[in-house]
Design a protein around this ligand. Structure first.
Ligand SMILES: [Zn+2]
Length: 259
């Protein structure tokens, strides 16, 4: 039996500066933020037979005491950050990689000391090599020193339950994950499948490395999962974060909240 939870970190607007500015729909107006995208950030925690699995790590925001919101959210579920055994990284953009490390008084420490961090080797190299404001290399320095890093290549298995697949699309070495146990099949598509609406809008996104590939992959993921009861984890969802396909009257599928 698997169980997944959203570790919701917040709502944000993002403009060309690529800065994530907190956006509270109750008090902030979208009109005041021209040329912005509005997104939410949902890292996910999954309970498995082999321990807790974390899917991406958010921006790494902290509360007023300097404690990671990720920690707070994990503790609210009755767990400790030390219970996390695997940190699955779809890619290393800063809104996914921020919580890999915890910074207190400017000293970075690995945020999940008991966990293996699963990162695609190509993504790791790209994150260091390019001059790209989406990557924060000060995080990766800490991860590299920690001994917790497991660089993987292509497709493979982390254990009997967790599988990684090199997808490309959003970044050249973006990866997706399948978490399987018995009849339960969770799919984490990272930023190739960040929101359920993208399946049905069916257009390519300008911010992708290869938008056409992402678009094609989204259709594949949906077709493969719809008939096999996959549960989808949508990292940037504004509507449904943990969703499953359901058939409509016209026999097409739509996504509904998975319970
Ligand atoms: Zn990204």
């Amino acid at each position: 039996m698997l169980q997944a939870y959203s570790l919701f970190e917040g709502s944000f607007s993002v403009d060309v500066s690529k800065k994530f500015i907190p956006f509270d729909p109750a008090v902030d107006s979208k009109n005041d933020r021209p040329a912005s995208m509005f997104i939410q950030v949902h890292p996910f925690l999954i309970e498995t037979a082999n321990g807790l699995v974390l899917c991406d790590t958010g921006l790494g925001l902290t509360n007023s005491d300097g404690k990671l919101l990720l920690y707070e959210n994990i503790e609210k579920l009755g767990y400790s950050p030390k219970d996390v055994k695997y940190v699955l990284m779809s890619h290393l953009h800063k809104d996914h990689a921020g919580g890999m490390v915890s910074f207190t008084d400017h000293v970075g420490r690995i945020a999940f000391p008991e966990a293996e961090y699963i990162v695609q080797r190509g993504e790791w190299e790209d994150a260091y090599s390019g001059i790209n404001s989406s990557y924060r290399t000060e995080i990766f320095d800490v991860v590299q020193r920690s001994g917790n890093l497991n660089l993987v290549e292509g497709d493979g298995k982390v254990n009997e339950e967790v599988e990684y697949c090199l997808s490309g699309g959003h970044t050249q070495h973006h990866q997706t994950f399948h978490i399987n146990y018995g009849k339960d099949h969770y799919f984490f598509g990272g930023d190739v499948l960040p929101e359920p609406e993208m399946i049905f809008q069916n257009h390519s996104a300008k911010y992708d490395y290869d938008g056409h590939l992402s678009k094609k992959l989204r259709q594949e993921y949906w077709e493969n999962g719809a008939s096999n009861d996959w549960i989808y984890l949508f990292y940037h969802a504004t509507s449904i974060a943990i969703g499953k396909p359901t058939m409509q009257f016209d026999r097409s599928f739509t996504a509904i909240e998975a319970k």
